[in-house]
Design a protein around this ligand. Structure first.
Ligand SMILES: N[C@@H](CCC(=O)N[C@@H](CS)C(=O)NCC(=O)O)C(=O)O
Length: 209
């Protein structure tokens, strides 16, 4: 049985989205971040930093949202959510998948931590909202959003006409940016995310009902 350790709305949505795209059966294990369940010893044995998501299958335990998306797609090549290994398209797939976590996530989190993070208990100890750092995060996201907007002008998805795992990762960053009211400044990206939101798997993964 596959278990997804998650708490919405967080980067666990990336893992949930790929599970839904692939049509896999899984059980949801709730890790209530507002109650500090991420610090339980049993959960730290699964995810040593106490972050969500984490995945447990019959064969392995895996954390890091990007790793979960890439691994599950590799296990299901018949779904064509990743280009052939070694191809130029695969290179672009790696590039944009890593761009999401290495460039978009930090810019968005810098903005979120310094402008919005609502739970005092979840802020790093002793830190306060800083308008200067929030602006730095917003500007960093805007620079990266402009790069994505150039790529997406005239194509539907990050790799071209076909949806791939890179869209799950970049798309989740669009979700976060929208949540932070940063997406409206980037109409091409906003239209791209609207396309992604039409996917039934996205709708199931982001249904916070
Ligand atoms: N690099 C990790 C980051 C995961 C992460 O930061 N998760 C946040 C929610 S989006 C979390 O679990 N925070 C719990 C905490 O700060 O205690 C990944 O992509 O899986």
């Amino acid at each position: 049985m596959t278990e997804l350790y998650e708490w919405p709305p967080t980067r666990s949505q990336r893992a949930k989205w790929v599970l839904e795209e692939l049509g896999l059966t899984y059980e949801s294990r709730s890790v209530d971040l507002t109650q500090g369940r991420q610090n339980d010893k049993a959960y730290r044995a699964i995810q040593p930093l106490g972050f969500v998501p984490a995945l447990r299958t019959e064969r392995y335990t895996l954390f890091e949202s990007v790793a979960i998306v890439l691994q599950l797609i590799d296990e299901h090549p018949e779904t064509n959510l990743a280009p052939t290994v070694g191809s130029p398209e695969r290179a672009a797939y790696y590039q944009w998948s890593v761009f999401a976590c290495a460039e978009l996530d930090p810019a968005l989190m810098l903005y979120f931590d310094n402008a919005l993070r609502p739970f005092e208990a979840m802020r790093p100890p002793g830190t306060q909202h800083s308008p200067e750092l929030a602006e730095r995060g917003r500007a960093a996201f805007a620079e990266r959003a402009a790069i994505l907007s150039d790529v997406l002008s005239g194509r539907d998805f990050m790799l071209g006409a076909e949806f791939s795992g890179a869209d799950i990762l970049v798309g989740h960053c669009c979700f976060m940016a929208g949540h932070m009211k940063l997406l409206g400044e980037h109409p091409v990206l906003e239209a791209y995310y609207a396309r992604l939101q039409q996917r039934p798997a996205h709708q199931r993964a982001y249904d916070f009902g």
